[in-house]
Design a protein around this ligand. Structure first.
Ligand code: KIV
Length: 391
């Protein structure tokens, strides 16, 4: 008879304390390199994936889902390289090492590939999933609910048997699954050794109050749930991924699955915010937190407020997220700008003019600004060169 391949042997790693050992800590699980890569046109080379993974680790992400190793030999190699390097390199003030995770369907071939890729990390995780909604079980899997439960239980136990102590299970399309069935399958996978239970709103179908209630109900009704971490995975089909994720956290989820720029299948996922270089997907100017306009101020009233005290119109500082803007107050001159902002621009450019001169200048400024989307430093210089004012 044919020799069965032996599961890879693994020495139990030396215990290194980590903030994710605290069950109340809210973990950030980034899946840019897996779900994010499912955005049309956003595939990355292994080298690009490694660069993004290093950056995610520097950002302080707790768990990096580095790919879907069974999907191609290239992806297995990419996940393995990330596990070897990023999964063993302490970062930040607390010397934190991120968990490196690989996705797998509920079958041995996928789980073997995921383990082969992630096992090199100090903290490896296998994430396995199977669909639990009526519509998916009937039309996609063509299996009965009890068959699905049996597969899930067996595959979680299989992942554990390889030596993986950190196994995440997702009931795909949980947002449209029967509640009682969810409690049942989650109870069974916890017994089989699942340590994180991820609740995906796979088609972005839930409203925030519904998703919050789903998490609260699972927490209240699933036997053994106190031994596992509840996680959210919200797709953005109705533009509610971030709101649903926050509702889930409020209801007790302690792992939040997100992607950089919210990229992902169809309308994407909840957003971690924000880097565009390697995905090739352009960030729109009004994108929260990192869009070019997120810390820019155009209206005169806002500019006046900003010049007096930045907290009037900014709830966080761009410095806190490492953004450098063109000028200290983020002021963009245009037709809505007021005297205070225009005058401060003159001072910034080195022009000192008296009040009467300024009033004349401001009238001419408004005439020019009416005709332009933005007034640049060059426009100001040109206006001044027509005038008698020289520095
Ligand atoms: O959206 C989804 O259901 C998924 C799972 C694999 C977590 O991506």
């Amino acid at each position: 008879s044919q020799q069965q391949p032996q599961p890879p042997q693994r020495r139990r790693p030396e215990y290194v304390p980590n903030r994710i050992d605290d069950p109340n800590y809210v973990r950030i699980f980034d899946t840019t390199l897996r779900d994010g890569e499912q955005s049309p046109g956003a595939t990355m080379t292994s080298a690009e994936k490694l660069v993004v993974a290093r950056q995610l680790a520097r950002l302080g992400v707790d768990i990096i889902e580095a790919g879907f190793p069974a999907s191609s030999p290239d992806d297995l190699d990419a996940v393995r390289s990330i596990a070897i390097e990023v999964g063993n390199t302490p970062v930040g003030d607390d010397g934190h090492v991120p968990v490196i995770c690989g996705l797998s369907r509920c079958n041995k071939k996928d789980i073997d590939a995921a383990w082969e890729a992630v096992r090199h990390a100090r903290r490896p995780r296998i994430h396995t999933f199977i669909a639990t909604s009526e519509i998916h079980m009937q039309h996609k899997l063509r299996k009965t609910p009890e068959q699905v439960v049996a597969i899930a239980r067996e595959m979680v136990a299989y992942a554990r048997s390889l030596g993986c102590h950190d196994v995440e299970f997702s009931p795909e399309d949980a947002g449209r699954s029967n509640r009682e069935f969810l409690y049942h399958i989650l109870e069974e996978v916890i017994k089989a050794g699942a340590t994180t239970l991820n609740i995906p709103d796979t088609v972005g179908y839930n409203l925030p109050y519904e998703f919050g209630k789903l998490i609260a109900d699972i927490k209240a009704n699933t036997p053994g749930i106190e031994n596992a971490i509840i996680s959210t995975h919200c797709q953005n089909d109705l533009g509610l991924a971030t709101a649903n994720t926050l509702a889930g956290a409020r209801a007790g989820a302690r792992q939040l699955e997100v992607t950089i720029n919210g990229i992902g299948e169809r309308a994407g996922n909840a957003s971690l915010e924000e880097v565009q270089e390697h995905s090739g997907l352009i960030v729109q100017p009004h994108k929260a937190i990192v869009g070019a306009n997120a810390f820019a101020h155009e209206s005169g009233i806002h500019q006046d407020g900003m010049l007096k005290y930045k907290g009037t119109y900014e709830i966080i500082s761009p410095d806190d997220i490492g953004l450098t803007r063109a000028n200290e107050f983020g002021i963009v001159l245009g037709k809505l700008s007021g005297r205070h902002a225009v005058r401060s621009k003159l001072v910034e450019l080195g022009y000192e003019i008296n009040d009467k001169e300024f009033e004349d200048f401001f009238k001419r400024y408004k005439e020019v600004a009416e005709k332009k989307k933005r007034v640049t430093d060059e426009d100001i210089e040109a206006l001044l060169s027509d005038e008698i004012f020289q520095p």
